[in-house]
Design a protein around this ligand. Structure first.
Ligand SMILES: Nc1ncnc2c1ncn2[C@@H]1O[C@H](COP(=O)(O)OP(=O)(O)O)[C@@H](O)[C@H]1O
Ligand SMILES: [Mg+2]
Length: 606
C-alpha cells in the first residue's frame, strides 16, 4: 500500500512542507527574538539617556556628594520592572552607590563585581566608555534579564560612573514561546492540509492510472470493450484518450483479423480441395473436412489433432518429403488414393521463428478429369477405328474392281453395293458424330411443339413395321388413353424412340416380344420399351451410354449400328429436360425408360 505513487507523493509533499516550515519557523523565531531583544535594549538605553539628561547632578564630578539626590531619583523607579544601579569607581573598585530596588539596598556601598547577578564584563566595558549589554539568567528567580551598563562621561570624556540597568525580559521569551507554539500549530495544520491535498492531487493522478491499468488487464484477458473516462486535457487526460484510441484500434484490428480468420476458415472448410498441414515432427495440425474424407481420417482425427499419434504418411504416398532437406519441401505429384486420382501440391509454411514449421498439402481431385482424358483418348481411337474399317473395305473392293477389268457385271455390282453400303456406314458415323458434336456445343436448334405421345409412338412404329415383320416380332403398344399432350421437339423425340425400338428389334432374336408403353406417373410421362432379347451383361451396363460402346462390336456393326445411338438418345432427352434409364438382364431382356416432365399448363389444358 505504501509503495503506491499516492503515498510516495504524500510523503514527499509532507517532507517538503515540514522542511519549509522548519526553515521558515527557525528563521522567524530567530529574527523575532533578536528584534525583541534589540527593542528592549534600546528602550533601556533610551530610559538611561532620559535619566541622565534629567539628572543635572550627574554633570558634577563627584557623585558621592549627590548621593541623596541620586537615591531620590532612583526611588521613583522602586516599583517598575527596570532596576537601576549607580556605580562609581571608588579607588579602583566599582562601588554601588545607589539602587532603585530594595534588593540592592543592602549592597549599596559594596563592590559591584562581587555580585553574581551583575555582569562584571559589562561593568569593565562600560568603564572603557562603551555601552555594554547582555542577557543573563537569574537562577534564583529563574528569570531572564536584559543588562545594560551605560557609561556617564564628563566634558573631557572621562567616565565618571556607570548606570547599570536590568530589565526582566521573561515576557519576551514568553511571547517567543507563544510564537513557537503558533508556528508549530500552523505547521501541524499545514501538514494536515498537505496530507489531504497531497492525497487528493495524488489520487487525481493515480486514479486514472489505476483505471487504465485495470482496464488494460481486462484487455489482456481478451475483453476489448474497455473505455476510460477522460476527465482533463492534461498529460493524464492525454494518456486516457490515447488508451481509448488504442483500445479502438486494437478492437478494429482484432475484428479485422477475426473476420479474415473466419473467411479463411470458411474457405478452408468449404473448399472443394482437401487441405492438411503437418508439422516438422510429423503431427497433423490442420485438416479440412474434404481432406478428412479423402484420407478416411474420421476415426483417428481427434487422436491425430491431439498429437497422440503421428500422421500416417503412407496414406498419401508422399514419402519424398524430408524435413531436413529444403529441396523436398515444395512440389506436386499425382497419386491414387482409394481408387481416386489426386493432384497433390505441397509447400512449406514458416513458424514464428521463421523456420520451416511444417508442410501444407493440397489434394485436388482430378479423377473426373483423368477419366475424361482417358475417354477422350478412347474416343479418338474409336473414331479412327470405326472409320478405318469401312475405308479398308472400300479400298480393297475398288482395288479389286480396278485390277480385274473384265469382272462379271453381276459380281462387280455386288462389289459396288458393298462399297455403297460402307459409304453409307461412314456417312452414318459422320452424321452421328456431327449430331453429337452439335449437342455437345448446344448448337442444336430445338423446335418445341405440342404433340401427342400416342401419335409420336405410333408414327415411329410405322417406320419400323418392315423390320418387325422381318424378324417376326410380336409388338404390343400400351398407351394410356388420357395421356396429356407434351411440348417437345418432335424430330428429336422421334429419333430417340426410333433408336430404342430399333435396338429392341435388333438385339432380340426372331419371334421376340416387344412392348411399348406410355403412362402418366406423378407429373411425368414415362415411355417404356421392353424386349425379351439378348440383354446386356452386368459388366457392360454402366458404360452402355458411352460413345461407341457396344457389347459385341462385330454384331452391332453387322446390324448397321454405329454405337452412338444410345449416347445421342441420352444427350437429346437430357437437353429436353428428361431422363433416360436402362434396365437389363443378360439373355432375358432389356427395358429402356424415358421420363419426360409435363408442364402444368399442358396438364390443365387436357
Ligand atoms: N435392347 C437391347 N438389347 C440388348 N443390347 C442392347 C439393346 N440396346 C442396346 N444394346 C447394346 O448397347 C449397345 C449400344 O447401343 P447403341 O448406342 O444404340 O449402338 P448400336 O445400336 O449402334 O450398336 C449396342 O451395341 C448393344 O450392344
Ligand atoms: Mg442403336
Amino acid at each position: 500500500m505504501f509503495s503506491s505513487i499516492k503515498w510516495k507523493f504524500v510523503v514527499v509533499y509532507l517532507l517538503l512542507v515540514l522542511m519549509a516550515m522548519i526553515i521558515v519557523g527557525v528563521f522567524i523565531v530567530e529574527r523575532f527574538e533578536a528584534q525583541q531583544l534589540e527593542n528592549r535594549k534600546n528602550t533601556l538605553i533610551k530610559q538611561v539617556e532620559t535619566l541622565i539628561s534629567t539628572s543635572d547632578y550627574l554633570s558634577g564630578d563627584n557623585w558621592l556628594d549627590h548621593r541623596e539626590d541620586i537615591q531620590n531619583t532612583l526611588n521613583k523607579w522602586r516599583f517598575s520592572g527596570t532596576e537601576v544601579l549607580y556605580i562609581i569607581y571608588d579607588i579602583d573598585i566599582p562601588r554601588i552607590i545607589a539602587s532603585s530596588h530594595i534588593k540592592y539596598d543592602r549592597i549599596v556601598g559594596s563592590n559591584a563585581l562581587a555580585y553574581k547577578s551583575l555582569d562584571p564584563s559589562l561593568i569593565y566595558s562600560a568603564y572603557e566608555g562603551e555601552i555594554a549589554d547582555g542577557v543573563m539568567m537569574d537562577f534564583n528567580k529563574n528569570a531572564i534579564f536584559q543588562h545594560v551598563a551605560y557609561p556617564v562621561v564628563n566634558e573631557i570624556g572621562q567616565v565618571k560612573g556607570i548606570l547599570y540597568m536590568t530589565d526582566d525580559i521573561q515576557d519576551v521569551y514568553k511571547t517567543i514561546d507563544e510564537t513557537k507554539t503558533i508556528l508549530i500549530s500552523a505547521t501541524m495544520l499545514a501538514l494536515a492540509i498537505t496530507v489531504v491535498l497531497g492525497f487528493l492531487i495524488a489520487s487525481s493522478i493515480t486514479e486514472p492510472i489505476r483505471d487504465v491499468t485495470e482496464k488494460a488487464e481486462k484487455m489482456a484477458k481478451g475483453d476489448f470493450d474497455q473505455f476510460v473516462e477522460v476527465k482533463s486535457d492534461d498529460e493524464i487526460g492525454q494518456l486516457a484518450s490515447m488508451f481509448n484510441y488504442l483500445t479502438l484500434k486494437l478492437k478494429d484490428t482484432i475484428q479485422e483479423m477475426d473476420l479474415e480468420k473466419s473467411k479463411l476458415n470458411t474457405i478452408f472448410n468449404y473448399m472443394a480441395d482437401g487441405v492438411i498441414a503437418i508439422d516438422v515432427n510429423g503431427h497433423l495440425i490442420h485438416a479440412n473436412p474434404v481432406a478428412i474424407k479423402i484420407l478416411q481420417l474420421e476415426e483417428i482425427k481427434d487422436e491425430l489433432l491431439n498429437n497422440k499419434m503421428p500422421f500416417p504418411m503412407e496414406r498419401i504416398n508422399l514419402n519424398i518429403i524430408d524435413f531436413n532437406n529444403p529441396d523436398t519441401h515444395e512440389g506436386s505429384k499425382i497419386v491414387e488414393i482409394n481408387n481416386s486420382i489426386y493432384q497433390l501440391k505441397y509447400a512449406p509454411f514458416r513458424n514464428e521463428k521463421n523456420n520451416v514449421g511444417g508442410i501444407i498439402i493440397v489434394f485436388q481431385d482430378i479423377t473426373e478429369q483423368h477419366k475424361l482424358d482417358n475417354m477422350r483418348k478412347e474416343f479418338v481411337a474409336n473414331v479412327s477405328h470405326e472409320l478405318k474399317t469401312p475405308i479398308t473395305t472400300i479400298k480393297s473392293y475398288t482395288e479389286t474392281l480396278m485390277d480385274y477389268k473384265d469382272v462379271d457385271p453381276e459380281l462387280s455390282y455386288k462389289f459396288l453395293r458393298v462399297i455403297d453400303n460402307e459409304c453409307d456406314r461412314m456417312a452414318r458415323i459422320v452424321r452421328d458424330l456431327l449430331q453429337l458434336s452439335n449437342l455437345d456445343y448446344n448448337k442444336t436448334k430445338w423446335k418445341k411443339v405440342e404433340c401427342s405421345v400416342k401419335e409420336l409412338i405410333e408414327d415411329t412404329i410405322l417406320k419400323l413395321e418392315f423390320s418387325i415383320k422381318e424378324k417376326n416380332h410380336k409388338l404390343d403398344v400400351d398407351i394410356e388413353d388420357d395421356l396429356p399432350n407434351i411440348i417437345i421437339d418432335k424430330d428429336g423425340m422421334e429419333q430417340v424412340i426410333l433408336n430404342i425400338i430399333s435396338n429392341a428389334i435388333k438385339y432380340t432374336p426372331n419371334n421376340g416380344h416387344i412392348v411399348v408403353s406410355a403412362v402418366m406417373q406423378d407429373e411425368n410421362i414415362v415411355i417404356k420399351i421392353k424386349d425379351n432379347g439378348i440383354g446386356i451383361p452386368v459388366e457392360d451396363k454402366d458404360r452402355i451410354f458411352e460413345r461407341f460402346y457396344r457389347v459385341d462390336k462385330g454384331r452391332s456393326r453387322e446390324l448397321g449400328g454405329t454405337g452412338l445411338g444410345l449416347s445421342i438418345a441420352k444427350e437429346i432427352i437430357e437437353a429436353l429436360g428428361g431422363k433416360i434409364m436402362l434396365k437389363s438382364e443378360f439373355n432375358v431382356g432389356t427395358e429402356v425408360s424415358i421420363i419426360l416432365p409435363v408442364s402444368d399448363a399442358i396438364l390443365t389444358a387436357m
